[in-house]
Design a protein around this ligand. Structure first.
Ligand code: SF4
Ligand code: SF4
Ligand code: SF4
Length: 253
Protein backbone atom coordinates (compact mmCIF):
# COMPACT_ATOMS: atom_id res chain seq x y z
CA UNK A 1 0.00 0.00 0.00
CA UNK A 2 1.33 3.43 -0.95
CA UNK A 3 1.91 6.06 1.75
CA UNK A 4 -1.02 8.45 1.99
CA UNK A 5 -0.48 12.17 1.44
CA UNK A 6 -2.87 14.93 2.47
CA UNK A 7 -2.69 18.64 1.60
CA UNK A 8 -4.67 20.91 3.94
CA UNK A 9 -5.45 24.60 3.57
CA UNK A 10 -5.77 27.02 6.47
CA UNK A 11 -5.72 30.85 6.27
CA UNK A 12 -3.73 31.47 3.10
CA UNK A 13 -3.83 32.52 -0.53
CA UNK A 14 -3.42 28.97 -1.96
CA UNK A 15 -0.10 29.99 -3.53
CA UNK A 16 1.92 27.20 -1.93
CA UNK A 17 -0.59 24.58 -3.09
CA UNK A 18 -0.42 26.07 -6.59
CA UNK A 19 3.38 25.88 -6.49
CA UNK A 20 3.03 22.14 -5.92
CA UNK A 21 0.38 21.77 -8.62
CA UNK A 22 2.62 23.62 -11.06
CA UNK A 23 5.41 21.05 -10.65
CA UNK A 24 4.17 19.08 -13.66
CA UNK A 25 6.34 16.01 -14.20
CA UNK A 26 7.72 16.18 -10.67
CA UNK A 27 4.19 15.98 -9.32
CA UNK A 28 3.29 13.09 -11.63
CA UNK A 29 6.38 11.20 -10.45
CA UNK A 30 5.37 11.83 -6.84
CA UNK A 31 1.88 10.51 -7.51
CA UNK A 32 3.36 7.18 -8.59
CA UNK A 33 4.75 6.81 -5.08
CA UNK A 34 1.92 8.14 -2.89
CA UNK A 35 -1.82 7.92 -2.63
CA UNK A 36 -3.14 11.44 -2.75
CA UNK A 37 -5.79 11.15 -0.05
CA UNK A 38 -6.81 14.75 0.45
CA UNK A 39 -6.01 17.72 -1.81
CA UNK A 40 -9.26 19.50 -2.72
CA UNK A 41 -7.47 21.89 -5.06
CA UNK A 42 -6.38 18.89 -7.14
CA UNK A 43 -9.51 16.75 -6.65
CA UNK A 44 -9.33 14.24 -3.75
CA UNK A 45 -11.41 15.37 -0.79
CA UNK A 46 -11.29 13.23 2.35
CA UNK A 47 -10.60 15.66 5.20
CA UNK A 48 -11.14 13.09 7.97
CA UNK A 49 -8.84 10.38 6.56
CA UNK A 50 -5.63 9.40 8.33
CA UNK A 51 -2.46 10.13 6.32
CA UNK A 52 1.23 9.31 6.54
CA UNK A 53 2.32 12.81 5.49
CA UNK A 54 0.24 15.95 6.01
CA UNK A 55 1.21 19.14 4.16
CA UNK A 56 -0.19 22.21 5.89
CA UNK A 57 -0.61 25.51 4.08
CA UNK A 58 -1.72 28.64 5.92
CA UNK A 59 -1.68 30.21 9.34
CA UNK A 60 -3.97 29.40 12.25
CA UNK A 61 -6.21 32.43 12.42
CA UNK A 62 -9.60 31.25 13.70
CA UNK A 63 -10.86 29.11 16.61
CA UNK A 64 -12.09 26.53 14.08
CA UNK A 65 -8.58 26.27 12.60
CA UNK A 66 -7.08 25.61 16.03
CA UNK A 67 -9.41 22.64 16.47
CA UNK A 68 -8.85 21.38 12.94
CA UNK A 69 -5.05 21.41 13.10
CA UNK A 70 -5.11 19.39 16.33
CA UNK A 71 -7.37 16.80 14.69
CA UNK A 72 -5.12 16.60 11.62
CA UNK A 73 -2.05 16.26 13.83
CA UNK A 74 -3.68 13.39 15.71
CA UNK A 75 -4.30 11.35 12.54
CA UNK A 76 -1.08 12.19 10.65
CA UNK A 77 2.36 10.59 10.61
CA UNK A 78 4.72 13.39 9.54
CA UNK A 79 3.37 16.94 9.49
CA UNK A 80 5.05 19.48 7.21
CA UNK A 81 4.32 23.23 7.39
CA UNK A 82 4.47 24.93 3.99
CA UNK A 83 5.43 28.53 3.42
CA UNK A 84 5.50 31.84 5.24
CA UNK A 85 1.88 31.56 6.43
CA UNK A 86 2.30 28.14 8.04
CA UNK A 87 5.80 28.77 9.41
CA UNK A 88 5.51 32.41 10.51
CA UNK A 89 1.84 33.43 10.43
CA UNK A 90 2.27 35.13 7.06
CA UNK A 91 0.96 38.51 6.00
CA UNK A 92 -2.17 37.98 8.12
CA UNK A 93 -0.01 37.96 11.27
CA UNK A 94 0.68 41.66 10.74
CA UNK A 95 -2.46 42.23 12.79
CA UNK A 96 -0.67 40.66 15.77
CA UNK A 97 1.25 43.91 16.12
CA UNK A 98 -1.93 45.97 16.40
CA UNK A 99 -3.86 46.49 19.58
CA UNK A 100 -5.57 43.41 20.94
CA UNK A 101 -9.32 43.19 20.51
CA UNK A 102 -11.59 43.67 17.56
CA UNK A 103 -11.06 47.33 16.52
CA UNK A 104 -9.54 46.30 13.19
CA UNK A 105 -12.55 44.06 12.45
CA UNK A 106 -14.92 46.98 12.95
CA UNK A 107 -12.76 49.09 10.66
CA UNK A 108 -12.86 46.48 7.88
CA UNK A 109 -16.25 44.81 8.07
CA UNK A 110 -19.77 46.32 8.27
CA UNK A 111 -20.92 43.48 10.56
CA UNK A 112 -17.81 42.39 12.46
CA UNK A 113 -19.85 40.18 14.78
CA UNK A 114 -19.93 37.58 11.97
CA UNK A 115 -16.12 37.46 11.68
CA UNK A 116 -14.71 34.76 13.95
CA UNK A 117 -10.97 35.31 14.27
CA UNK A 118 -8.51 34.18 16.89
CA UNK A 119 -6.76 36.91 18.86
CA UNK A 120 -3.55 36.27 16.87
CA UNK A 121 -2.63 34.63 13.56
CA UNK A 122 -0.20 31.87 14.45
CA UNK A 123 2.26 29.57 12.72
CA UNK A 124 1.35 25.89 12.85
CA UNK A 125 4.18 25.14 15.31
CA UNK A 126 2.52 27.41 17.87
CA UNK A 127 -0.25 24.84 18.46
CA UNK A 128 1.01 21.41 17.35
CA UNK A 129 4.27 19.58 16.80
CA UNK A 130 5.69 20.16 13.31
CA UNK A 131 8.15 17.66 11.86
CA UNK A 132 9.46 19.87 9.07
CA UNK A 133 9.09 23.50 8.02
CA UNK A 134 9.62 24.64 4.45
CA UNK A 135 9.85 28.38 3.94
CA UNK A 136 9.04 30.97 1.29
CA UNK A 137 6.08 32.82 -0.13
CA UNK A 138 5.40 30.69 -1.96
CA UNK A 139 7.54 27.66 -1.14
CA UNK A 140 10.12 26.46 -3.62
CA UNK A 141 8.20 23.45 -4.95
CA UNK A 142 11.36 21.67 -6.10
CA UNK A 143 12.52 21.86 -2.47
CA UNK A 144 9.19 20.38 -1.37
CA UNK A 145 9.53 17.47 -3.79
CA UNK A 146 13.09 16.85 -2.55
CA UNK A 147 11.84 16.91 1.04
CA UNK A 148 9.01 14.48 0.23
CA UNK A 149 11.45 12.13 -1.51
CA UNK A 150 13.60 12.14 1.62
CA UNK A 151 10.65 11.50 3.94
CA UNK A 152 9.26 8.73 1.70
CA UNK A 153 12.68 7.05 1.76
CA UNK A 154 12.58 7.08 5.55
CA UNK A 155 15.17 9.84 5.80
CA UNK A 156 15.22 13.39 7.06
CA UNK A 157 15.27 16.72 5.30
CA UNK A 158 16.51 19.92 6.85
CA UNK A 159 16.46 23.21 4.92
CA UNK A 160 19.68 25.17 4.87
CA UNK A 161 20.11 27.80 7.58
CA UNK A 162 22.49 29.80 5.37
CA UNK A 163 21.54 33.16 3.92
CA UNK A 164 20.42 34.12 0.41
CA UNK A 165 23.79 35.87 -0.09
CA UNK A 166 25.56 32.53 -0.48
CA UNK A 167 23.16 31.41 -3.21
CA UNK A 168 23.40 34.83 -4.83
CA UNK A 169 27.20 34.65 -5.00
CA UNK A 170 27.20 31.05 -6.26
CA UNK A 171 24.76 32.03 -9.02
CA UNK A 172 27.03 34.92 -10.04
CA UNK A 173 24.42 37.64 -9.55
CA UNK A 174 25.60 41.20 -9.12
CA UNK A 175 24.96 42.51 -5.61
CA UNK A 176 22.11 45.03 -5.66
CA UNK A 177 23.02 46.17 -2.14
CA UNK A 178 26.64 46.99 -2.91
CA UNK A 179 26.39 47.71 -6.64
CA UNK A 180 23.13 49.69 -6.73
CA UNK A 181 22.77 50.79 -3.12
CA UNK A 182 19.34 49.13 -2.93
CA UNK A 183 18.18 47.62 0.38
CA UNK A 184 18.33 43.83 0.25
CA UNK A 185 17.38 41.45 3.07
CA UNK A 186 19.45 38.65 1.56
CA UNK A 187 22.19 38.81 4.25
CA UNK A 188 19.66 37.87 6.97
CA UNK A 189 17.23 35.73 4.95
CA UNK A 190 17.24 31.94 4.80
CA UNK A 191 18.52 30.37 1.58
CA UNK A 192 16.28 28.13 -0.50
CA UNK A 193 14.96 30.18 -3.41
CA UNK A 194 18.17 30.27 -5.45
CA UNK A 195 18.41 34.06 -4.94
CA UNK A 196 15.40 34.61 -7.16
CA UNK A 197 15.00 38.35 -6.61
CA UNK A 198 18.66 39.46 -6.87
CA UNK A 199 18.74 37.36 -10.04
CA UNK A 200 16.13 39.77 -11.41
CA UNK A 201 18.09 42.81 -10.25
CA UNK A 202 15.99 43.59 -7.17
CA UNK A 203 16.53 43.28 -3.46
CA UNK A 204 15.32 40.34 -1.38
CA UNK A 205 12.33 41.17 0.81
CA UNK A 206 12.82 38.23 3.15
CA UNK A 207 10.06 35.83 2.16
CA UNK A 208 12.02 32.76 3.37
CA UNK A 209 12.26 34.28 6.85
CA UNK A 210 15.39 34.77 8.95
CA UNK A 211 18.51 32.69 8.40
CA UNK A 212 19.97 30.72 11.30
CA UNK A 213 22.34 33.45 12.50
CA UNK A 214 20.51 36.52 11.20
CA UNK A 215 22.19 39.67 12.49
CA UNK A 216 19.40 42.19 11.96
CA UNK A 217 21.08 45.00 13.88
CA UNK A 218 24.07 44.95 11.56
CA UNK A 219 21.93 45.03 8.39
CA UNK A 220 19.83 47.86 9.83
CA UNK A 221 23.03 49.86 10.25
CA UNK A 222 23.87 49.18 6.59
CA UNK A 223 20.37 50.37 5.57
CA UNK A 224 20.76 53.49 7.71
CA UNK A 225 24.05 54.20 5.96
CA UNK A 226 22.17 53.99 2.65
CA UNK A 227 20.01 56.86 3.92
CA UNK A 228 16.86 54.95 4.93
CA UNK A 229 15.01 56.60 7.83
CA UNK A 230 14.30 54.39 10.89
CA UNK A 231 10.60 53.81 10.10
CA UNK A 232 11.43 52.75 6.54
CA UNK A 233 14.01 50.31 7.89
CA UNK A 234 11.52 48.80 10.33
CA UNK A 235 8.95 48.41 7.56
CA UNK A 236 11.46 46.32 5.58
CA UNK A 237 11.18 43.68 8.30
CA UNK A 238 7.43 44.07 8.89
CA UNK A 239 6.18 42.11 5.94
CA UNK A 240 5.34 38.49 5.06
CA UNK A 241 7.59 37.00 7.74
CA UNK A 242 7.35 39.85 10.26
CA UNK A 243 6.78 37.56 13.25
CA UNK A 244 9.81 35.42 12.45
CA UNK A 245 12.08 38.45 11.99
CA UNK A 246 10.81 39.93 15.24
CA UNK A 247 11.73 36.71 17.06
CA UNK A 248 15.11 36.58 15.32
CA UNK A 249 15.82 40.16 16.38
CA UNK A 250 15.15 39.24 20.00
CA UNK A 251 17.43 36.20 19.71
CA UNK A 252 20.39 37.50 17.70
CA UNK A 253 20.06 41.29 17.81
S1 SF4 B 1 3.12 31.50 2.13
FE1 SF4 B 1 2.60 33.04 0.56
S2 SF4 B 1 2.10 31.83 -1.28
FE2 SF4 B 1 2.03 30.42 0.50
S3 SF4 B 1 -0.12 30.45 1.10
FE3 SF4 B 1 0.93 31.99 2.35
S4 SF4 B 1 0.65 33.93 1.22
FE4 SF4 B 1 0.18 32.25 -0.19
S1 SF4 C 1 22.16 41.11 -3.74
FE1 SF4 C 1 21.39 40.75 -1.68
S2 SF4 C 1 21.45 38.51 -1.48
FE2 SF4 C 1 22.77 39.03 -3.20
S3 SF4 C 1 24.83 39.23 -2.29
FE3 SF4 C 1 23.92 41.28 -2.34
S4 SF4 C 1 23.01 41.51 -0.31
FE4 SF4 C 1 23.35 39.31 -0.61
S1 SF4 D 1 15.26 36.53 -2.93
FE1 SF4 D 1 14.29 36.83 -0.95
S2 SF4 D 1 12.23 37.63 -1.39
FE2 SF4 D 1 13.07 36.80 -3.32
S3 SF4 D 1 12.27 34.69 -3.36
FE3 SF4 D 1 14.30 34.62 -2.38
S4 SF4 D 1 13.91 34.78 -0.17
FE4 SF4 D 1 12.05 35.42 -1.24
Amino acid sequence: MKPRLGVYKFTSCDGCQLALLNQGEGLLALLERVELTHFPEAGPNAPEAAVDIALIEGSLSTPEEAERIRAIRARSGQLVALGACATAGGIQALRNATEAGSAWRAALYPQPEFIATAERSLPVSALVHVDLELFGCPIDAAQLLAALNALLAGGRYRPSGDSVCGECKRAGHGCVLVGRAEPCLGPVTRAGCGALCPGQGRGCYGCFGPSAQANLASLKTVFANLGLPPDAIERRFAFITAEAFRAAGEKHG
